[in-house]
Design a protein around this ligand. Structure first.
Ligand SMILES: NC(=O)C1=CN([C@@H]2O[C@H](COP(=O)(O)OP(=O)(O)OC[C@H]3O[C@@H](n4cnc5c(N)ncnc54)[C@H](O)[C@@H]3O)[C@@H](O)[C@H]2O)C=CC1
Ligand SMILES: O=C(O)C(=O)COP(=O)(O)O
Length: 617
């Protein structure tokens, strides 16, 4: 028995740093729950650069404006590396792309250069703002952030421009955690101040008496990759560690022996606070005057996250007012901080110049991680670390690949049946599946691509599909018709319906005449068209298709076939769908090349052919 239900869309959790920054919008009627482990997330971007390296899955895409098909250096994509990157990463990039290492570019120089680049790699110092995307003229396909924090990249602008943003979220975790611990211990024992004092010829042993860490309460704010590694190490130092993170998994905390608590409890009870959350609108100035006023007198603060999560003026006042005994800061709201920055010069503050990720090991690792992600994305392969697009697990992607092709082609066919391509606003997609947890994001994106690209000059990919649909007022609703059956096959069929439009092929409308309706399925991994309007057929979706409506009678196939033969048009398949014998039928003819207008007219003029349309796939 078939039952109707809205798809339950199981999507993996976002990279923790990206969770609150993801700005992809989805239609109102669909809710996404995120539940799969984050280690196997992948995304595909429609950048079609030449490919001869890995055999990872790709999806069929339209070539990007800069794509090429040969391996010659002039045809290779160009990658601008705007900040220092480890040699191993550069070597990997050079293998697949022309690499322009231009460091310390001014914003103007970056905007000029970017128009000639397919990818950009940055660290934390380069502001990749809207102007950068606008200056790229659509050529920029990938921004690689060689590190974790992506607060220096305008994700909304990237998404609107169909540009994928990837980061390197794992390679510098340990380095950042070690730096956090280094600052914690150095601060507690006044190492930096004492060092400067000795070097200036003094010997002030009583001035630099420190505080012990053992038995003290450390509150880790942001219990993600870095925060949890800091917690692990602090436990080793004998500290009592609590953590606050609204999204942290409780089981990881339990394993490490850390108690997850609310923000209030964390900041009011801690002797030490270590910050490890991303900078987002929600975390901006999270430690402000109000927060400081609630803290235990004499609290000590470490920040290896982002300067912006602290209200720096409020911290300065809290230091002077004796609430905060000491602070150790690796990061600042403005970097580098101005020469007269009050915090930098405060005697109770230890500072480093954003060194959290700066170990030899971390930089080599980050460079490789980002180079692989960027090269892969340029080739249309999977990106495990996309931060501005929905991500699909690799195994799901492999399985869905032929259905992804089917989805795009059905969208492309349906929109070509609309008179003048005008008035396409309401699209309903129905999936028939025995899977209760069918992930349709990729399919919906490709249907959107198929519908939008033939009618307007917009490049649509998985990154900007939902955004582009919304911009164009295109409302796509989805339903999943659940079948009892083997869940081996992810999808039985996909149906695309476009409502409230004129059709240039009347038979493509449903019985009620309200919507243009096309339906397809995958057979032997090949997408097939199985229904147009009320007419069943079975044609593989390759090349081009001629659809003819005729009065069903003997000899029609022969007549059409002869004309195509005379016109030297090669037929790849033919299929006739009819409601009942000798009534009306729709003939679908697959052709390898586009027939001349005159050839199509000769077919249309055959007696009893009532309607004809030519469709490109
Ligand atoms: N100083 C440096 O050189 C480095 C700095 N970082 C910074 O550290 C941050 C964290 O890095 P990872 O641990 O790798 O990222 P992550 O994504 O693994 O962890 C961030 C955690 O913060 C949590 N979070 C989000 N909003 C929060 C809130 N309002 N309150 C408390 N927790 C919240 C998230 O749920 C997540 O668990 C990065 O975003 C980056 O800004 C990272 C590496 C090096
Ligand atoms: O990975 C991060 O978030 C960092 O802050 C490291 O920044 P960097 O790449 O050293 O400029």
């Amino acid at each position: 028995m078939a039952s109707l239900k809205t798809p339950s869309l199981k999507t993996p959790p976002l990279s923790l740093s990206s969770k609150s920054l993801l700005r992809c919008s989805f239609p109102n009627n669909i809710r996404f729950s995120r539940s799969q482990p984050q280690s196997h997330r992948f995304l595909i971007v429609n950048a079609a650069a030449p490919g001869s390296f890995s055999k990872k899955p790709t999806i069929p895409t339209v070539p990007s404006p800069t794509s090429s098909s040969s391996g010659s250096s002039s045809k290779k994509p160009t990658v601008l590396v705007a900040e220092k990157l480890g040699e191993a990463g550069l070597a990997l990039l050079r293998h697949h792309a022309n690499v322009d290492c231009s460091y310390n570019l001014s914003p103007e120089e970056l905007r000029v250069k970017i128009a000639h680049c397919d990818a950009l790699i940055v660290r934390s110092a380069t502001k990749v703002n809207r102007a950068v995307f606008e200056s790229s003229g659509g050529r920029l396909k990938v921004v690689g952030r060689a590190g974790v924090g992506i607060d220096n990249v305008d994700l909304a602008a990237a998404t609107e421009h169909g540009c994928l943003v990837v980061n390197a979220p794992t390679a510098n975790t340990v380095a950042a955690a070690e730096h956090g611990i280094a600052l914690l211990t150095a601060m507690a024992r006044n190492v930096a101040q004492a060092d400067a004092s000795v070097k200036s010829g003094k010997w002030q042993r009583s001035k630099y008496v420190g505080v012990s860490l053992v038995g003290k309460r450390l509150a880790v704010l942001g219990f993600g990759k870095v925060g949890s590694e800091v917690a692990r190490r602090a436990k080793g130092l004998g500290m009592h560690v609590i953590a606050h993170d609204p999204y942290a998994p409780g089981d990881l905390a339990r394993v490490i022996g850390v108690e997850l608590v609310g923000l209030k409890e964390a900041i009011t009870t801690a002797d030490f606070i270590s910050l490890h959350m991303p900078l987002t609108p929600a975390t901006s100035k999270m430690l402000n005057a109000e927060a400081f006023s609630k803290m235990k007198k004499g609290v000590r603060i470490v920040n290896v996250a982002r300067g912006g999560v602290i209200d720096e003026d409020a911290l300065w006042r809290a230091l002077n007012g004796g609430i905060v005994a000491q602070a150790a800061l690796d990061v600042f709201t403005e970097e580098p901080p101005s020469k007269d920055n009050k915090l930098v010069h405060h005697e109770k503050v230890t500072v480093t110049p954003h060194l959290g990720a700066s170990t030899m090991e971390a930089q080599e690792g980050v460079a490789i991680e980002i180079a692989e992600a960027v090269v892969g994305a340029l080739k249309g392969e999977l990106a495990a670390t996309a931060v501005n697009a929905p991500m699909v697990p690799a195994e799901v992607l492999n399985e869905l690949k032929p259905y992804v092709e089917l989805a795009e082609k059905l969208g492309r066919l349906a929109v070509q049946l609309v008179s003048g391509g005008r008035g396409v606003k309401t699209v309903k997609v129905s999936y028939t599946s025995s899977r209760a947890d069918l992930d349709t994001r990729l399919l919906r994106a490709m249907i959107t691509k198929g519908i939008i690209e033939p009618i307007c000059n917009i490049y649509v990919n998985l990154v900007n599909a939902d955004y582009t649909a919304k911009q164009r007022g295109l409302r796509i609703t989805e339903e999943c018709i659940h079948l009892d059956g083997s869940p081996e096959c992810p999808l039985e069929s996909i149906k695309v319906q476009i409502a409230n439009v004129e059709s240039k092929f009347a038979s493509s409308k449903s019985e009620a005449g309200a919507e243009i309706k096309v339906e397809g399925r995958v057979k032997d991994k090949i997408p097939h068209l199985t229904k147009v309007g009320s007419f069943r057929m079975d044609v593989s979706l390759e090349g081009c298709i001629i659809l003819c409506r005729q009065v069903d009678q003997p000899g029609m196939i022969g007549k059409v076939g002869s004309i195509l033969g005379e016109e030297n048009v090669n037929v790849s398949f033919m299929s006739v769908g009819r409601i009942a014998p000798r009534t009306h039928a729709v003939m679908a003819i697959g052709v390898d090349e586009q027939p001349r207008k005159e050839s199509l007219k000769r077919i249309a003029d055959i007696p009893f052919i009532e309607d004809l349309v030519f469709l490109k796939l």
